[in-house]
Design a binder for this molecule. Structure first.
Ligand SMILES: Cc1cc2nc3c(=O)[nH]c(=O)nc-3n(C[C@H](O)[C@H](O)[C@H](O)COP(=O)(O)OP(=O)(O)OC[C@H]3O[C@@H](n4cnc5c(N)ncnc54)[C@H](O)[C@@H]3O)c2cc1C
Length: 384
């Protein structure tokens, strides 16, 4: 099924990487999805196994223990992962955080953190959202005050992916007196050396049951000033805005993987299911709905392929990445709804993958920036 990878930009190496990804995922992810959904978190060993196999650091520079490949290789892995139907493993966060460090980290920071992210010894989280602030990140209230060469952190975060397991947290905090964007910085917290750091609840969610989306608390947590990304404060908002391009594109990539998986499963189910003396697949409505879903996936595939090409060339702009995020997640939710309908009552049963895909899809319109925020960013690009 290598053809399912967005065409256009893919090289022979991408195809080989997709084959290897599928083999790894078939062995290490697919058999465990149900168990992870019950335990609310994936197994710790998954991270190290993926690290050993080279899937965590594909796009981390070789000098820091990675594969030195363009990010489109990570995209191939995330696409294949989404196709398995697993939504528990927050593996994409690893790549997001790696690229914050690659782009803005000092040499010392790169050497300290990137090899562990590539090997799976370190598990990353991005902690932006707070109980009182999500979309409006400039209003962040967690503080990291400079005190005798250390940053003293106080505040709380919520809805943090990998929250129960992460041991390297990229924290959005206010470091200066300056209000708004200019007072925001990214501070890295190594949780093993952080008295005062506490993990809260692994939150009960509508979907994504295997993901440890959690609260995090910081009470007088002290980290060295050198944990400030890039070495000086006040650049966090700009760093976020630049790197969110990658996060938003990969939400579109995940949407595509999920859509391909749903279309395939629904086509297969409707060919098996008999009613009115024929296959459900043979009813005209079924054929039209599946044709629509397939078209949505193919249109998204072309767009994602175009975005990935631009990403690897360094020309993907925030408005275009926002389009991939909102359009991809919107199409994913529409396809999930139509496919679930074709499963009838079975589609509503929690044990059915289509029911899980339906509830998993819903979060895609919210995280990484709500889709309304995406549209605002796109509109701004028209208002010049
Ligand atoms: C499963 C899951 C995983 C997550 N993982 C992470 C993570 O790892 N790290 C992290 O920091 N956060 C994470 N989040 C949080 C997520 O990023 C936020 O929920 C999201 O940014 C929205 O913030 P909010 O929930 O505070 O909603 P609010 O900011 O209160 O927004 C509520 C609603 O208001 C509307 N709205 C917002 N802004 C605008 C606007 N400009 N124009 C018009 N309408 C608007 C939208 O409909 C939006 O959904 C996760 C969330 C979920 C559900």
């Amino acid at each position: 099924m290598s053809d399912a990878i967005p065409a256009g930009w893919k090289s022979e190496d991408h195809v080989l990487y997709a084959d290897a990804s599928r083999q790894f995922l078939a062995q290490e992810v697919s058999p465990h999805i149900e168990r992870w959904r019950k335990q609310g978190v994936v197994d710790r060993e998954l991270w190290t196994k993926a690290g050993e196999a080279g899937f965590l650091g594909a796009s981390i520079p070789e000098a820091y223990g990675g594969g030195g490949a363009p990010r489109s290789f990570d995209a191939v892995f995330f696409y294949e992962h989404a196709r398995t139907g697993d939504s528990g493993w927050g593996v994409a966060i690893q790549s997001i955080v790696s690229h914050y460090i690659t782009a803005y980290g000092s040499e010392e920071q790169k050497q300290r953190w990137l090899p562990g992210l590539a090997s799976g010894e370190r598990i990353a989280a991005v902690a932006m959202t707070e109980p009182g602030c999500g979309s409006d990140l400039q209003a962040v209230s967690t503080v990291a005050e400079l005190e005798n060469g250390q940053l003293r952190i106080n505040g709380s975060k919520t809805f943090i992916t990998n929250g129960q397991m992460a041991n390297l947290i990229c924290l959005v905090a206010r470091t200066g007196e300056v209000a708004g964007a200019k007072g925001v910085s990214l501070v890295f917290v190594e949780t093993e050396d952080a008295p005062g750091f506490r993990r809260g609840q692994n939150l009960e969610k509508l979907g994504m049951k295997g993901q440890d989306t959690s609260e995090l608390f910081f009470e007088d947590v002290r980290v060295p000033e050198s944990n400030l990304l890039g070495g000086s404060g006040g650049h966090g908002f700009i760093q976020l805005m630049k790197q969110l391009v990658w996060e938003r594109l990969l939400i579109g990539v995940v949407a595509l993987g999920a859509m391909d998986s749903m279309v395939e499963a629904t086509a297969s189910y409707t060919k098996e299911r008999k009613l009115f003396s024929r296959r459900l697949f043979d009813l005209q409505n079924t054929r039209m709905k599946l044709a629509e879903a397939k078209t949505k996936a193919e249109v998204l595939r072309s767009f994602i392929g175009d975005c990935l090409e631009r990403l690897d060339r360094g020309t993907l702009d925030p408005a275009t990445a926002s389009m991939a995020k909102w359009w991809g997640s919107q199409m994913q939710c529409e396809v999930a709804d139509e496919c679930l309908q074709l499963f009838g009552g079975y589609g509503y049963m929690a044990e059915y993958p289509i029911a899980q895909a339906f509830s998993d899809a819903r979060a895609q319109k919210i995280y990484g920036g709500a889709n309304e925020v995406m549209k605002e960013l796109i509109a701004r690009s028209l208002d010049v």
